[in-house]
Write a protein that binds this ligand. Structure first.
Ligand SMILES: CC(C)(COP(=O)(O)OP(=O)(O)OC[C@H]1O[C@@H](n2cnc3c(N)ncnc32)[C@H](O)[C@@H]1OP(=O)(O)O)[C@@H](O)C(=O)NCCC(=O)NCCS
Length: 178
């Protein structure tokens, strides 16, 4: 299986005010991922997972920590803490779908660090990586009520699809050609 080492250790962020780096997730990020989850309010968790989640499920953690970095990739935004360890403050992930060259994204930023461009920056990096990995289309399902996320992806060039009749009325599908 490919490892994170296939990527540069760091990507240089542009225009960030809190001094974070964006890097691929690593298998030893388990505690840092739990830390990020603990910095999401119940409402933010609901917006991300579309249902109430009080604890990150073990199988979710196992999946996200062991990706092949091509068909599935997660990028994390990290800051250095005072004791020189890392804290994850945001994550963007894509998972390839069975339909050829298409992937589905998800995004979360710690409630302590929103409105600083980190979510946008993570998505820009994720889009770039998906293109480099040969994917042609990225899509996502965003709750109708999540106007902030809808605006974020529209600003990045995503289109909001007309809902299909059989689709859930709670979600909007957004997509972009890569
Ligand atoms: C939605 C979410 C990912 C946005 O993350 P974020 O890091 O706050 O996103 P950004 O900072 O890039 O953009 C958000 C807003 O901050 C603004 N902004 C960006 N940089 C800024 C800066 N330096 N100073 C002030 N505002 C800034 C953006 O213009 C945008 O404004 P808008 O909401 O009026 O359009 C985050 O709130 C979150 O994790 N929510 C819960 C989970 C979720 O909804 N996930 C999506 C489901 S797939």
């Amino acid at each position: 299986m490919a490892r994170a080492a296939a990527y540069p250790d760091k990507m240089n962020p542009i225009g960030n005010s809190v001094g974070y780096d964006i890097r691929p997730i690593q298998p030893d990020d388990r505690d840092r991922m739990i830390g990020l989850f603990n910095h999401l309010s119940p409402h933010s968790r609901y917006l991300r997972f579309a249902h109430a989640v009080s604890q990150l499920p073990d199988d979710f953690l196992e999946d996200i920590l062991h990706l092949d970095y091509k068909n599935e990739l997660a990028l994390v935004a990290v800051i250095q803490t005072k004791n020189l360890s890392e804290e994850i403050i945001g994550i963007a992930r894509y998972v390839s779908l069975p339909s050829e060259h298409t992937c589905e994204f998800s995004l979360s930023v710690s409630d302590d660090y929103t409105h600083q461009g980190i979510g946008t920056h993570l998505m820009q990096s994720l889009i770039r990586s998906a293109k480099e990995n040969g994917l042609k289309k990225m899509l996502g399902y965003v709750l109708h009520s999540n106007t902030k996320m809808l605006q974020l992806v529209v600003d990045l060039g995503f289109e909001i699809q007309q809902p299909k009749l059989e689709a859930s009325p709670d979600f909007k599908t957004v997509s972009i050609l890569l």
